[in-house]
Structures are given as C-alpha cells and as structure tokens.
Design a protein around this ligand. Structure first.
Ligand code: SF4
Length: 338
C-alpha cells in the first residue's frame, strides 16, 4: 500500500480563530485531510517570539484553537500536537542553529516584515531565529509538503537550505527536501474595511461568537461611501460589505448587485440579510465546536494522542540525526541503566 504524503501546517495560539483563518487556510486544510497524513502543530513557542507577555494565556488559547480546528471539520484522527510538548523540536532547533549564519537570518524578508507588522523594534534571538525552529518543526516529521502562501516561501527555502547543509556536512541523506504547496491564501479584510481580519484590531468574527454578536459586527461594517442616501444607486464593486456576499453567499450576488445598483435595496437591510446568511453558513461549524468545547477531556485527549504520536516520530528522526552527527553515545546509554 502506498503511504500518504505528509503535510505539516498549523497556527500560533494567539487566541480564538476567526473567519479570516477559515477563508485563508482552514477551509483548505479540511480538503487536504482526505489525501494527506496531516500533522497540525499548535506553535506555542513561536507565539512567544512576539507575544511573550501573553504567556499565561497559552493553555486556554491552545484549547480554543483545538475547538476551532475540530469545529471547522478537521477530524480527530489527524495528528494535532503542541510544539512545546515535543522537546525533540527544541533539540533539533539547536543542531540546525549551527548551519545558518546570522547574516542569512537577517536577510529573511518575512522576518523583517513581521517585525514591522508587530512593532518589534528590538529583535530577540528567538524571534530572529524562528525560521530555524520552523525548519525543525517541518523536518522532525519529514513532512513532504508545506501548504503556504507566497509570503512564507522564504521560510521553506531556509528549511531546504538546512536540509542541503545537514546532508552534506554530516555526509548522510537524513532529510529529503520538503516541497512548498503554494496556494493563493485569500486575505479576508476585517469588519473595519481597512485591515486584514485580526483579533488585535477587534475587526474579526470568531467561530465562537454568538449569532447576535455576529449580526452586531456585520451591522457595523462599512458600505459604499459614495452612497449617501437610501435612494442613491449603490456601487457594489466599491462596497466592502459586498465582498462578504461574494465569499460567503456567491449565488446571491447577482440579485444583491441588481438591487443595490437600482437602489431597491438599502444598506441596513443588505447587512441584516448578510448576517443571516453568514450565521446559516456557520451553524454546522458552531454546533460542532460547541459539542467539543463542552467536552474538554475529549479535546485534551485528542491533543494528547497527537502529541504522543508526534513525539514518537520526532524521536525517530532525532536518533538518525544524532547518529549522523556522531553524538549518539551508546556507551553512555548502556552505563545509565535507564
Ligand atoms: S446595498 Fe449592500 S452591496 Fe449595495 S452598497 Fe449597500 S451594503 Fe453595499
């Protein structure tokens, strides 16, 4: 039987996931799980690169992310794991750190962009080096494919450089080159109409939000700024709310467009209808999410099972790595007695 190819992808547990994550990646992951052996990492250590002061919220956030994953339809049989609970990843990061120069890390355009986005002026060693840690996450599981957006390509290239260096220096083909699975990662603009949907900007709609809260947020959304009065014809192409119609209820867009342009549809009515559509769209996800959220033991069990599996796979890779690097020390293992 031919083995399924392995994919590694995941999220940092900075809080509940929202529609921006769904449109950007989660929907795609639900599709990928049918054809690939999926490893989903909840990268809590990576969260500390720029959210260090929020360390106390990690555990709660990990639980919320897991409920979101399962809610959107990722099956419990996938391998879900917490980065910090697989210490082999930290060890591998240390070994890889000898293979990457400081200048190479400083050139990484994605790291520079992220530092700018999150207002990081004085970069920590952990922040600058997180592409190395990411390479360890990928290579510990010998992932074949990494689903990413275009902006993440420098990280995969960094990982591929580490593979080449490692195999060459230690003269053993321990790792194979992972391939990027580059897809267009659609960006959902938040309810403010200006920025990417994000929790920190409070312009988001979470799976965990109630239908009432979702409606409130939609009713506050901006519309066509050229349409001053209800009797004025609207311009759907210039209306930010209309973009939500296109994403979440595309079959309705011809009617919405017609009624908007002929001014037979008002903006408040349009947004109320959109809220109904969106809440309908989210019913199944929310019900499933709620079922899991009400059974925390089950959610933690799924994560514990995945984390155990991840540790087994990572430990096998680590054994190969140490052997290639001539730091296995079998003599000490025998003497240790344990
Ligand atoms: S009617 Fe709908 S699509 Fe038209 S401008 Fe108002 S909110 Fe936008």
């Amino acid at each position: 039987m031919q083995h399924k190819k392995r994919i590694l992808t995941g999220d940092r547990p900075t809080g509940q996931l929202h529609l921006g994550h769904y449109v950007g990646t989660l929907k795609n992951r639900v599709r990928l799980q049918d054809d690939y052996d999926c490893f989903f990492i909840i990268a809590d250590l990576q969260m500390l690169t720029d959210h260090l002061e929020e360390y106390a919220s990690i555990e709660g956030n990990v639980f919320e992310v897991m409920c979101d994953y399962l809610g959107v339809g990722l099956r419990p049989e996938n391998t879900f794991f917490v980065q910090s609970q697989v210490p082999e990843l930290a060890e591998l990061t240390m070994y890889f750190s000898f293979l990457v120069t400081l200048a190479r890390l400083q050139r990484n355009p994605t790291v520079k962009d992220e530092a700018k986005t999150y207002g990081v002026t004085s970069m920590s060693y952990g922040f600058l080096g997180y592409p190395v840690s990411q390479a360890a996450d990928i290579l510990a599981f010998k992932a074949d494919l990494i689903p990413i957006g275009q902006d993440q390509l420098p990280h995969v290239e960094q990982t591929r450089e580490i593979v080449r260096s490692f195999n060459r220096i230690f003269d053993k083909e321990v790792f194979v080159l992972p391939q990027p699975l580059v897809g267009e990662v659609p960006i959902l603009v938040g309810t403010d109409g200006d920025n990417k949907m994000s929790k920190s900007l409070d312009n988001f709609i979470a799976f965990a939000h109630s239908p009432q809260e979702t409606e409130r947020r939609i009713l506050n959304m901006v519309t066509d700024h050229k349409r001053a009065y209800r009797k004025d014809p609207g311009h759907p192409d210039e209306c930010f709310t209309f973009r939500y119609w296109s994403i979440f209820s595309p079959s309705d867009t011809p009617l919405v467009c017609r009624e908007c342009e002929s001014a037979t549809r008002g903006c408040k009515e349009c947004k109320t209808q959109l809220a109904i559509k969106l809440n309908d769209y989210l019913v199944e996800i929310r019900e499933r999410r709620q079922q899991y959220a009400s059974q925390p033991d089950l959610v933690w069990d799924i994560l514990a099972t995945g984390t155990r599996r991840a540790r087994v796979v990572a430990a096998e890779t680590l054994a190969e790595v140490r052997e290639a690097m001539k730091i296995s020390f079998p003599q000490l293992l025998m003497k240790g007695g344990k």
